[in-house]
Design a protein around this ligand. Sequence first.
Ligand SMILES: *[C@@H]1O[C@H](CO)[C@@H](O)[C@H](O)[C@H]1NC(C)=O
Ligand SMILES: *[C@@H]1O[C@H](CO)[C@@H](O)[C@H](O)[C@H]1NC(C)=O
Ligand SMILES: *[C@@H]1O[C@H](CO)[C@@H](O)[C@H](O)[C@H]1NC(C)=O
Ligand SMILES: *[C@@H]1O[C@H](CO)[C@@H](O)[C@H](O)[C@H]1NC(C)=O
Ligand SMILES: *[C@@H]1O[C@H](CO)[C@@H](O)[C@H](O)[C@H]1NC(C)=O
Length: 369
Amino acid sequence: MLVPAFILALLFSAVGVCQNVTGNGTSFTNPILNATGADPWVFQHNDYYYMTYSTNDDITLLRSKVLTNWNTAEQKTLFTPPTGLNYSTDLWAPEIHFLQNKWYIIFTADPRSDSPPPDVDMWCDYNCPAVHHRMFVLESSGSDDPWSAEFTYKSQLDTYDQFAIDGTYFVHASGLYHIYSCWYRAYDAWPANLCITNMSNPWTVSSTFQERQIISTPSNPWEKTPYGRSVNDRLSSNEGPEQLINPTTGQNFLIYSAARSDNRDYCLGQLELIGTDPMNPSDWLKHDAGCVFYQNPQESSYGVGHASFTKSPDGKEDWIVYHGMRDPTNGWAARTIRAQKFGWNEDGSPNFPRPGYGPYEVPSGQGSK
Ligand SMILES: *[C@@H]1O[C@H](CO)[C@@H](O)[C@H](O)[C@H]1NC(C)=O
Ligand SMILES: *[C@@H]1O[C@H](CO)[C@@H](O)[C@H](O)[C@H]1NC(C)=O
Ligand SMILES: *[C@@H]1O[C@H](CO)[C@@H](O)[C@H](O)[C@H]1NC(C)=O
Ligand SMILES: *[C@@H]1O[C@H](CO)[C@@H](O)[C@H](O)[C@H]1NC(C)=O
Ligand SMILES: *[C@@H]1O[C@H](CO)[C@@H](O)[C@H](O)[C@H]1NC(C)=O
């Protein structure tokens, strides 16, 4: 989850982040973009890497020949919403997917900068500014290339007029699915769970509300905020779900963010689809033992989460792109975007590194940055 607009002004006046653009030509340091940034989505297409992240007022696309330095990347605005609509403010966590021969952008937005009127807010169990957040889709026309394609508004994804953020597509042999962060009921506010619905195409959900399934809730101590909170579920979140397929075994993982995005404990959790039906909650195995990627105080790397996954230029290495904080006390304003290489465990699950700043070797095949 990102941040109300009124905090945004603070973000951009926040302290500049040290970016190592020298290194030795074969190394890089984190962050990879010298700006406050959260919820990065990175993909490769032909000769470029592309990145979107939460720019709040619009959807911005960056492209770069290298994965590890975005300070000199080209940048363009793909979409600015009209004012006064349900998707005019707080555009968060955009993702760009190529599905059925077109590019689709799936994103979170709300109608009034995270501030529902009092006669709506009063229904919530806790204060719930996010009550009107929903998921929306843009569709491309005119080009196979995401840089030159035109994007236009296509639809809202049906989340049954309930809270929905951080939606992603889950592509499976059995069909296409929408997985997103959801509440049990319209006015819960917390916990934020992971819901799945099926889709008849990239802009249409086909499940009914009764068929919507919850595949994860923040049930473990490390998914609650503060850690282990026992009294209620305030701030306990599962969000930022992303599909990750083991390229060797074909195992299907869903890597999501747990706890709370504005503090040091935010981390990545893991679900694996061990059956054949993504709509069946018991076909998902949750890694209850703990976060699979989490803070590293020795290197001042905190609040690491909301990841996406890509490859080195030669396709040999897997890379995670995520956001994290150097200052664990300054909330959302402290987040910057980072990248690191990861591997795989014996059981086929991802083996993420400890988060840090490097210097690290650049991705294999990148050449000089
Ligand atoms: C990063 O941003 C800071 C603050 O705006 C600036 O002083 C610095 O030169 C920037 N570094 C790079 C590598 O762009
Ligand atoms: C930049 O990288 C070089 C070499 O990898 C390293 O020695 C130096 O400490 C780094 N500087 C910063 C500011 O991270
Ligand atoms: C460049 O820096 C990386 C990371 O510190 C290191 O692994 C590599 O050996 C260095 N290469 C050269 C040519 O110095
Ligand atoms: C805007 O959102 C409100 C609250 O969720 C909903 O009742 C209304 O139908 C939406 N308007 C449109 C045009 O979808
Ligand atoms: C979605 O699931 C429902 C319930 O199982 C089913 O009736 C419907 O055909 C499915 N839609 C698609 C597009 O798979």
